[in-house]
Design a protein around this ligand. Structure first.
Ligand code: FAD
Ligand code: SF4
Ligand code: SF4
Length: 470
């Protein structure tokens, strides 16, 4: 077939904004086989594969796209799944615009190849059409423990299981997936798909112990006493940060973490069919500008709020959320109050009644490279809201580092690792994902899990060949 030289990506069908704000079904509907083939023909099959360098798990991008262009979706999936155990998830939530797609040569004179959309298409096709292919694995009988069943832990577990290790995931909650399950809303990442893809990734006999809190139910040292020979910690950064302003204890103030967990994991949007409601006012202010803030705002809208504001202290150019999320939020009528910073949550009879903000302007760049927001003196103003959702990030729960002697951490709580191996300061203990970097991305967490699996394998092989003299 001739190459497709269109400078634009083949558009992805989506639910219309006025329809989708009334439901929790997925916004983007995915490519048809014809659309996927058309988009795959935009790939120039560059010999130097620049796009691959942008992917933290090194997906074989040109190779799988070539198979799509030939209509061989099954082989495309096999190539994709070699490097990525969660492709349906990554195709949906990876910030492709700053990872693989930013390096695509087609992006120089138009839009890059829609690598994420093609990845999603291939993974969905496989889920719907291909029987699961479980390779024969020779088990080596060596036990490895994984603390936390988010993307970092799942990837580390899947990779080690493929190498023959006897892997057990210990997860604090009653469901695996971490933020994929309790944070990212159904309308961006359907939970039945997350559950299926996780089951697939762990099909090599990974054991799962749910409702086990490492550091409370059992400590890292006790895991070693029980016979585990290495431990990977992927417990995320789920402890919410707060603004530390007056009024934060009022009824009607949520952390985004609590709000989204209620809405997603506990399916509050289906109340009263489920026992967990989430109370939301007519007017909602979400403080923050990342993906979490966009998700909270769009969820609030779907739960019935009439006016939803994003309050962010920098300008649009500095919004950390994915461009696609900002675009979708705007389409859904979310109102952006940019260069505004909350200074007080106003209350009435113990409940939120409004938000007092101050106007900001941008000064010189700070250490993050973004221009520093500076308060405009005397510019305070108030507006009425009944709910305030705080989405300004989070830090790791201190439980593990408090109960694991010898485990060194940064002042803010992130576990310190050697970046090449993800090895911590404690022998046999590795860590990766948000617990090391602070809030980041699914694919970076997966990349860290993969890197740690390789390093654990190398270390355990070395120590076993020394003990056996092999
Ligand atoms: P997590 O996903 O946080 O998983 C950690 C797991 O460990 C959890 O299951 C937790 O229950 C468990 N755990 C915690 N403590 C213990 C313990 N003591 N013992 C046992 N288990 C424990 N990234 C993107 O790439 N794209 C997006 O669009 C995107 N949107 C996001 C939207 C929201 C609302 C949020 C909150 C984050 C978003 N992110 C996004 C970020 C991304 O989800 C995270 O970077 C990623 O999930 C980190 O993976 P992780 O495995 O390190 O941690
Ligand atoms: Fe791009 Fe993410 Fe796929 Fe890697 S996993 S190729 S970064 S969409
Ligand atoms: Fe294809 Fe773009 Fe990768 Fe080149 S850089 S191989 S065009 S996806």
């Amino acid at each position: 077939m001739p190459p497709n030289m269109s400078p634009k990506k083949v558009p992805i069908p989506e639910q219309k904004p006025d329809e989708r704000i009334k439901n929790f079904q997925e916004v983007a509907l995915g490519y048809t086989p014809e659309q996927a083939v058309q988009e795959s023909l935009r790939c120039l099959q560059c010999k130097t594969r620049p796009c691959v360098a942008g992917c933290p798990v090194s997906v074989m991008i040109p190779e799988f796209i070539k198979k799509v262009s030939e209509g061989n979706f099954e082989e495309a999936y096999r190539l994709l799944a070699k490097e990525n155990c969660l492709p349906a998830i990554c195709g949906r939530v990876c910030p492709q615009e700053t990872q693989c797609e930013i390096l695509c040569v087609r992006g120089k004179k138009g839009e890059p190849v829609a690598i994420g959309r093609l990845e999603r298409f291939v993974a969905d096709y496989a889920m719907g059409h291909m029987p699961q292919e479980v390779p024969e694995i020779k088990k080596n009988g060596i036990q490895v423990a994984i603390a936390g069943g988010g993307p970092a832990g799942l990837t580390c577990a899947g990779e080690l299981a493929r190498m023959g290790y006897d892997v057990t995931i210990f997860e604090a909650l009653h469901a695996l997936g971490g933020v994929l399950m309790y944070g990212i809303p159904e309308f961006r990442l359907p939970k039945n798909l997350v559950a299926k893809e996780i089951a697939n990734a762990l099909s090599l006999g990974v054991k799962i112990e749910k409702n086990v809190i490492i550091g409370k139910s059992i400590t890292v040292d006790e895991l070693f006493q029980e016979g585990f020979q290495a431990v990977f910690i992927g417990c995320g950064a789920g402890l919410p940060s707060f603004l530390k302003i007056e009024g934060e204890n009022l009824n009607g103030v949520y952390s985004a973490n609590e709000f989204l967990t209620r809405a997603n994991l506990m399916k509050a949007y289906d109340f009263p069919n489920v026992p967990t409601p989430v109370k939301i006012g007519k007017r909602v202010a979400v403080v923050g500008g990342g993906n979490v803030a966009m998700d909270a705002a769009r969820t609030a809208k779907r739960l019935g709020a009439k006016e939803v504001y994003i309050v962010y202290r920098r300008s649009e150019a500095e919004l950390p959320a994915r461009a696609e999320e900002v675009h979708h939020a705007k389409e859904e009528g979310i109102i952006f109050k940019l260069l505004r910073n909350p200074v007080k949550i106003l209350g009435k009879d113990g409940w939120v009644a409004g938000l007092e903000c101050v106007e900001m302007e941008l000064g010189e760049p700070d250490e993050s490279g973004r221009r520093r927001p500076i308060e405009k003196k005397g510019s305070n103003f108030e507006f009425p809201v009944e709910t305030v959702i705080i989405a300004i990030g989070g830090t790791p729960n201190p439980l593990i580092r408090q109960t694991t002697p010898g485990l060194e951490a940064q002042k803010w709580g992130g576990i310190i690792v050697d970046e090449a191996t993800m090895k911590t300061s404690k022998e046999g203990v590795y860590a990766g994902g948000d617990i090391v970097t602070g809030a980041a991305t699914v694919i970076l967490a997966m990349g860290a899990g993969k890197k740690a699996a390789v390093a654990i394998h190398e270390a355990l092989q070395k120590s076993h060949s020394q003990t056996t003299g092999a």
